[in-house]
Structures are given as C-alpha cells and as structure tokens.
Design a protein. Structure first.
Length: 139
C-alpha cells in the first residue's frame, strides 16, 4: 500500500472565507500515484474547516450568513473562551459545525465525487497563515 502526505498552506486575508481547494488536492493525488484508495483532507487549525459542498457563490454567502447567526462574532463578551484575551470563540464553534476534515474515495486515479461536490477550506479566524493536511493511502 502507498502512503502520501503533504501540507497545503493558506492565508485568507479576511476574518472569514471559503476557498475551493479541489485542484490542490487533485495535484496531490496525481503526485501520490494512488489509483484506488482514500484521501483525507484535514484542517490543522481549530478555527478552520474542511468540508465538501457545491461551488456556488450564493450557497457560500448563505452558509456564511447561517454560521454567523448560529455563532455570531459580536459581542465577543458573550463567550467565556474570549475571557482569556482571545476574540475567536465563534470561530471555534463554526469549525465544530462544519467539521475538521473530509474523506473522499479514489477510484481509477480520480476523486470519486457526487455531482457538484468539491472540497473547501473554510476560514473563521483568518488574516494569518494556516495549513491543511492531505493524506492519501491506497494502491
């Protein structure tokens, strides 16, 4: 069995944002040489997510609005985590909602997606460098 590991680096200039990272993951898959197996794509930060959804701007705006309603950034005093001097408790909660990773099957050397599926990096406390782990195993 083959095993491949690579870290991808991102710096979203805004506090929040979504980035389609499917092309970077596909490049990793080609580099790995795996034809049948699994790809794990994992956020290495507790204020960011990796998730699978449609690459449609209206959906992304809806998702951002929905997450802000569920875990609003302000007032920052509403969160005990922020008593430590941080201001990112909402980012931790948003990460819990969207999750930390995505797993995709590899079939015949390609990501085995459903219709419209793409892999996204979701940032909730940006303006600094962060990383995503891509781990591929298979034959």
């Amino acid at each position: 069995m083959k095993s491949y590991r690579k870290e991808l680096f991102f710096n979203i200039p805004a506090r929040t944002g979504f980035l389609n990272i499917t092309p970077e993951v596909e490049k990793c898959l080609i580099e790995s040489g795996v034809k049948e197996g699994l790809v794990l794509v994992n956020s290495m930060h507790i204020t960011a997510s990796v998730f699978i959804n449609d690459d449609e701007s209206g959906l992304h705006r809806d998702l951002e609005t929905w997450l802000e309603r569920l875990a609003p950034h302000a007032p920052t005093s509403q969160y005990r985590h922020n008593d430590t001097g941080e201001d990112n408790a909402d980012a931790h909660l948003k990460r819990e909602i969207l999750g930390r990773c995505a797993v995709v099957a590899v079939t015949d050397g390609r990501l085995d997606f459903g219709t419209w599926e793409q892999i996204f990096y979701g940032e909730f406390d940006g303006r600094r460098g962060k990383r995503v782990l891509v781990k591929i195993i298979g034959e």
